[in-house]
Design a protein around this ligand. Structure first.
Ligand SMILES: C[S@@+](CC[C@H](N)C(=O)[O-])C[C@H]1O[C@@H](n2cnc3c(N)ncnc32)[C@H](O)[C@@H]1O
Length: 241
């Protein structure tokens, strides 16, 4: 059985998304049920983006480019460490400038009005370092919207997926989830840890919202009914120092 140190090492190694045994790109398809749900929930959290410069941290296949364009973003960038994902994002969304790299070493300084991270902070060794890094790439007062998985959801057996979990003393969860596309390793932290890290980096936390499957998501993928009304992820919004 894989131990906690190995689970953490795999979860924080971005090369997992370039492994032969795992290909996440179908899950990141813009038309897939979960990415659509994410865009629907992010739209009101972001509001109009006219003239604003926005970055998607860990952009995966780049599906948020559709939302940024619809909201009128002036410029959009994706930061992505995986070669496979960066390539897919460039092919699928030519309007998105894709930069290879990852937090906490983002090669930007005070360059963006808004930053978004969807299910990518699960691969950070330290949330404190991640938020400190995001603070330096945003303009003063810029917004950071993070969507992060919920620990209770991630430890719940579901849909025949393979699950190896290790609960840590601080309330976070190390998890290896085996999907049909392969095994993904994550560090799943409770929302309080995101808020603490944000405040520690000088952010003002302006919103925390539970994301629960709605009828639209359940209609597209009925498996989500199992979690109807229950948080599966959190949306945490903060304003940069
Ligand atoms: C579950 S995928 C989510 C992708 C995309 N945000 C989406 O919602 O479809 C996690 C992404 O985080 C990226 N990632 C891994 N380590 C990272 C790091 N240190 N900094 C930024 N992104 C990272 C992965 O390469 C992968 O594309």
């Amino acid at each position: 059985m894989i131990g906690p140190d190995e689970l953490f090492a795999r979860a924080t190694d971005p090369r997992q998304y370039d492994a032969e045994a795992m290909d996440w790109t179908p899950e990141g398809d813009a038309d897939a049920p979960w990415p659509r749900f994410v865009r629907e929930r992010l739209a009101p959290a972001l509001g109009p983006l006219a003239g604003r410069s926005v970055i998607d941290l860990g952009c995966g296949t780049g599906h948020l480019a559709l939302l940024f364009a619809r909201l009128g973003a002036g410029a959009m960038t994706g930061l992505e460490p995986s070669a496979r994902h960066a390539g897919a994002a460039r092919r699928r969304h030519p309007g998105l400038r894709v930069v290879r790299g990852g937090l906490p070493r983002a090669p930007f300084r005070r360059a963006f009005d808004d930053a978004v991270a969807v299910l990518s902070l699960e691969h950070q060794r330290s949330l404190d370092e991640a938020y400190a890094s995001v603070a330096t790439l945003l303009r003063p007062g810029g917004r950071f919207v993070a969507i992060a998985g919920d620990p209770e959801f991630h430890r719940t057996p579901r849909w025949g997926l393979g699950l190896v979990t290790h609960a840590r003393a601080d309330g976070s969860l190390l998890v290896a989830t085996t999907y049909p596309v392969g095994t993904v390793h994550d560090v799943i932290r409770p929302p309080e840890q995101f808020e603490r890290a944000a405040r520690g980096a000088g952010f003002d936390v302006t919103d925390r919202a539970a994301l629960a499957p709605d009828e639209a998501l359940i209609a597209r993928d009925p498996r989500w009914r199992l979690f109807s009304g229950r948080p599966v992820a959190w949306l945490i919004t903060a304003a940069a120092p």
